[in-house]
Design a protein around this ligand. Sequence first.
Ligand SMILES: *Cc1c(COP(=O)(O)O)cnc(C)c1O
Length: 382
Amino acid sequence: MVNVVKDIYFDHAASTFVFPQVLDAMIPYFEEAYGNPSSVHRLGRQGRRAIDEAREQISSTLGAEPNQIVFTSSGTEADNMALMGIALANRNKGNHIITSIIEHHAVLHTCEYLKRLGFEVTYLPVDQYGMVDLKDVKQVMKESTILISVMYGNNEVGTLQPIKEIAEFAKEKGVAMHTDAIQAYGSIPIDISEIPVDSLSISSHKINGPKGVGALFLSGKIKFTPLLHGGQQEKKRRAGTENVPGIVGFAKAAEFSRQTMEERRTKYIAIREEMTKIWKEEGIEFMLNGHPTHFLPHILNVSFPEIDTEVMLMSLDMEGIYCSSGSACASGSLEASHVVSAMYEDKRRLKSAIRFSFGLNNTVEDGRTVAKKVVQIIERLR
Ligand SMILES: *Cc1c(COP(=O)(O)O)cnc(C)c1O
């Protein structure tokens, strides 16, 4: 458990706590309105109404229509559903998929699977800031390309991708475009009416909602085949009895994160500035991994070349400070992150990258405490 008195949680890109009002909104759907939302009796209808309302709330945060939102069991499922669903349904047009080398494993490993099914996948490189170049997309595009999948904002280094430009190009070429917006959603404004993507994935537990619920926006303009087969739920796009409390909580969290977005952005920028200021003042050697201006405000990825990632993480953990080496799924392994490795060659930099990711309850004071602890740890180990 997080010791609320002194522990500092700086790993919000991995997951977040459930906001109390979110939990309150969910409870009646466990205890009272627990009917199957497909049932026609009153308890069923209550669940159905809650899902309809949640769908409206989520779609409005994206500038989408309610019928374009499909609820899933996670962000991972939404990514799988988009890639598999679009690739399989458009196979008659071609077998080529373009994605980027810095995607989350929910996309990368699905692409690996699609390769085993006979699809061809091209991985776009990134520059030293972790950004994909539209020129590269244009260069690798071919007659057989049916799908482009590039993430909205990277979960390890925070770099924002030129999604609007890539989506406009994809549209012009008649190629489907998916974006994994799981890390960006709730952190920066996303307006689908301005970006012509065909699908976009989001997840609840990254925005102070419960785990195990996500959603996929589907434009409805492309051919798509479902991943799960069974009942008629989600207009036959995703079978399975809906996670009513989870969906209700997700929608509440989405509204809440929209309301607090500006305030959080200002705070996260102040935390970043405070931390880097302290390291500069203390003469600590560090490098910022990510883009200097196009970034997600809650993610700060830094290398301290004097000290390996694992040692730093363990030392911070002992102080009650929780952060990570990048993707939660990849950590635990000693390999350097595939994202940071795609950006730099300097081995010291790769071996010492740390991701601090901020959330709702963090303060500038927390940033100061963590930055000073980092200084102490480095000085102690010198
Ligand atoms: C967390 C995350 C996922 C996976 O979402 P889950 O809901 O945890 O399955 C996928 N992509 C990105 C960019 C993420 O940050």
